[in-house]
Ligand binder design. Structure first.
Ligand code: ADP
Ligand code: MG
Length: 711
């Protein structure tokens, strides 16, 4: 019987139990199919080898075939170490002179010195793949990939597979991988069914799976490799979108949503008494929500909008739609200060409507709490604003219809279930999650593929741009003077310090020293400086934060605890210390804390002495733009989607094998549009022609976690 994709890898000729175990532990390969889905991460193209004499600095990646002439080890202080009794832990640089027929080049390593030193023996020949750069007056190559010149006799492109020392020691070299893959292809391809139906291949102009797999491993031309890569990426993203959208279809067809057919009088009253016109984006989003609420299905909508884009108003108007249909709303904020702020604002907006709002937090007294509980049960309270306290079991509603969750609370399953169970008539409330962390569209589609996403991409008029500059330590004194000018004009300033778990001790020290310095520069009684950090009790934090929010303190020194939403319109300066240590979206969030009032605002990025190229790019971008989505896209390109802040906890719903969210946004949009089309025709994928798709979605990889609730 021929082998199948799901045959255990150990039965592949030439593998056996020992190698199978290694392949499993090192590369996660359990089946023949797994092996065929480990693609080379690079291909050596013999025709593209360059000569050393032709290299110029700052070229893109190049490949040279060169022989090791001499290796030298250097200590940190620059002295050369003897190579015969090497103390590797003293060596901080390995310099390798390599040469080909046209010249010589220095190759340099700062890491993995021991391993490279043992590998790059004089007179051995290797393929070096890297970026030429200039050092002094010479060209060198730092940390190139080093591959044996094996496989040269094969096709014109030879795949290089991911490898580890264990694999190599276990005899699974690049050559062996190529042999195994070749065997697997010959075994499996003759009887392999395509994972995509013919009509999909035709519609999207994709090459068949058998062709694609062979080309991924043994490409005959660059063009064929590109076609194969495209097909595999499209397939991956298409199946992912298909699985997410299918869940959404199932939910939207289940008529379990609380019906809210009208808008009602309160909505209209509030709308017509607004002190300003809604922005086009706010209007559009409210319309989207309105459509959801009357659809008969449960709404699950993520509202993204930059800091200050006016999300609160959207929440209020949505709550009034619920109210107009006889339902209550709860609005949940992540902190007490924020809940208070919402409460004050919402009360103001609701004054003309007569709708009653209540505030419930951890510090609400017993008597007040009892009154709120009663008001919620008899329906006299229309909107409840609060912190986590409002999902406690003792809080029950007469008819909860909408839950608004500000700043993307992360709920556990249990908490989510509690919120669900509070819905009217045993139905889950509609859910609106609001976040100011701009998630690039491509990532949102993947992370929240089964949620609707609304975006407010327009700022209310009158918001002044925040002037951002990046300066070094030599400008610290000037920075103090600048703050003093602003404070003397009656404004307030934030000074934020990085706080990273691994470096906590040092970070607290810096924060403390920074605080002392500021207190000295801004002495009592004329100035007042508040401080907020993670080691304080919640009460201390609240106390200091509210002192600043209420204008009793001129300066707030803090760690990033202020990241989430406080509104202090009078603050006009944001100083970020060691700015290079923050991620882009974090910097953007912090900067969004200023520029909310009538005054011109400033963001000062204090740069440390040593800043990497990538960090400098981030700082430059901050100075160049205030557009959160632009920043988020760049962030993803610089860091890769897995590292995006706010997404680490949630992780991606699936692991992508070949497609990249940062680079393949266009394929993703196309795949999503096409998946929608396929599901429109066959929502349950039960047509015989779609059988291959249905079968693929049953695989582990595509049984994605349910993100329909609030993650
Ligand atoms: P965020 O999206 O960060 O939650 P807010 O809802 O707090 O933003 O709004 C920021 C500020 O902008 C508030 O002071 C609010 O009153 C004001 N605002 C909201 N919408 C508009 C608008 N359409 N025109 C003018 N100001 C607005
Ligand atoms: Mg807000």
């Amino acid at each position: 019987m021929p082998m199948q994709m799901d045959t255990a890898i150990q039965y592949l000729p030439g593998v056996g139990p020992k190698r199978a175990a290694l392949l499993g532990s090192e590369l996660g390969i359990a089946t023949v199919g797994d092996l065929l889905h480990v693609y080379p991460f690079r291909y050596i193209d013999r025709s593209s080898l360059q000569y050393i004499a032709d290299l110029v600095p700052d070229q893109a990646y190049v490949q040279i075939r060169a022989t090791v002439r001499k290796t030298r080890l250097y200590a940190k202080n620059g002295t050369e170490l003897p190579a015969d009794h090497v103390k590797y832990n003293m060596a901080s640089r390995l310099s390798v002179i390599v040469g080909d027929a046209t010249g010589e080049l220095e190759v340099v390593f700062f890491k993995g010195i021991k391993w490279m030193h043992a590998k790059l023996k004089p007179d051995t020949t290797w393929i070096f793949f890297g970026k030429p750069s200039v050092f002094g007056s010479r060209i060198n190559m730092v940390h190139p990939e080093v591959d044996p010149p094996e496989g040269e006799a094969g096709g014109s492109l030879t795949g290089i597979y991911p490898s580890t020392e264990k694999l190599k020691n276990g005899g699974i070299t690049g050559k062996v991988m190529l042999k195994m893959v070749s065997t697997a292809l010959n075994e499996v391809l003759p009887s392999l069914q395509d994972t995509l139906p013919d009509y999909v291949l035709k519609d999207k102009g994709l090459v068949p799976l058998t062709f694609a797999l062979r080309q991924m491993h043994f490409p005959t031309t660059q063009d064929n490799l590109a076609k194969a890569t495209y097909r595999m990426k499209f397939e991956e993203l298409f199946l992912l979108q298909l699985s997410l959208l299918k869940q959404k279809y199932v939910r939207s067809r289940a008529a379990n949503g609380i019906p809210m057919p009208g808008v009602g009088e309160a909505f209209n009253k509030c709308y017509h008494s607004l002190p300003y016109d809604l922005t086009g984006a706010q209007k559009r989003v409210i319309k989207e929500i309105r459509e959801d609420l009357k659809s008969g299905s449960q709404m699950n909508r993520l509202l993204q909008g930059d800091v200050g884009s006016g999300k609160t108003m959207v929440a209020v108007l949505s709550a009034l739609i619920a109210y107009g249909n006889g339902y209550q709303t709860c609005i949940m904020a992540p902190t007490e200060v924020l809940a208070q702020q919402h409460f004050a604002n919402v009360q103001k907006y609701l004054a003309p409507t007569g709708v009653q709002v209540a505030l419930l937090t951890g510090t609400t007294g017993v008597a007040a709490r009892r009154k709120i509980h009663a008001g919620l049960l008899d329906g006299s309270i229309g909107i409840l604003i609060g912190t986590h306290a409002l999902i406690e079991d003792t809080v029950n509603f007469k008819a909860l219809g909408l839950a608004v969750i500000d700043e993307q609370h992360r709920f556990g399953v249990e908490q989510r279930a509690r919120l669900w169970s509070k819905g009217a008539d045993g139905r889950p409330p509609h859910v609106l999650v609001m976040t100011a962390t701009p998630i690039p569209r491509t990532l949102a589609m993947t992370l929240y593929g089964d949620l609707e996403v609304s975006i407010i991409d327009e700022m209310p008029p009158g918001r002044k741009p925040v002037q951002t500059i990046c300066v070094g330590e030599n400008k610290r004194h000037a920075m103090h003077n600048f703050i003093r000018d602003e404070v003397d004009k009656g404004r307030q300033a934030f000074i934020v310090y990085p706080m990273i778990f691994e470096n906590e001790k040092m970070d607290y020290k810096n924060l403390e020293l920074g605080y002392e310095e500021i207190v000295k520069a801004f002495p009592l009684p004329k100035y007042k400086v508040a401080i907020v950090h993670g080691k304080q009790t919640p009460q201390e934090k609240e106390f200091n934060m509210s002192a600043f929010a209420a204008g009793r303190a001129n300066i707030l020194v803090s760690t990033t605890v202020i990241e989430v939403g406080v509104d202090v319109p009078n603050a006009s300066v944001m100083v970020i210390e060691s700015a290079e240590r923050f991620g882009l979206s974090q910097l953007h969030q912090l900067r969004g804390r200023v520029g909310r009032g009538a005054e011109r605002s400033f963001c000062i990025l204090m740069r440390g002495a040593k800043v990497s190229k990538d960090s400098q790019k981030r700082l430059d971008l901050m100075c160049a733009t205030e557009n959160g989505f632009e920043i988020a896209e760049e962030d993803m390109k610089l860091r890769g989607p897995g590292d995006l802040e706010g997404t680490q906890q949630s992780g991606l719903p699936i692991e992508l094998n070949i497609a990249s969210l940062a680079k393949d946004g266009l394929i993703l949009s196309d795949a999503r549009a096409y998946a929608t089309k396929v599901l429109d025709a066959d929502p349950t994928l039960s047509f015989p022609v779609n059988a291959p798709l249905a079968a693929e979605l049953r695989r582990d990889k595509y049984t994605v976690k349910d993100y329909s609730g609030i993650s």
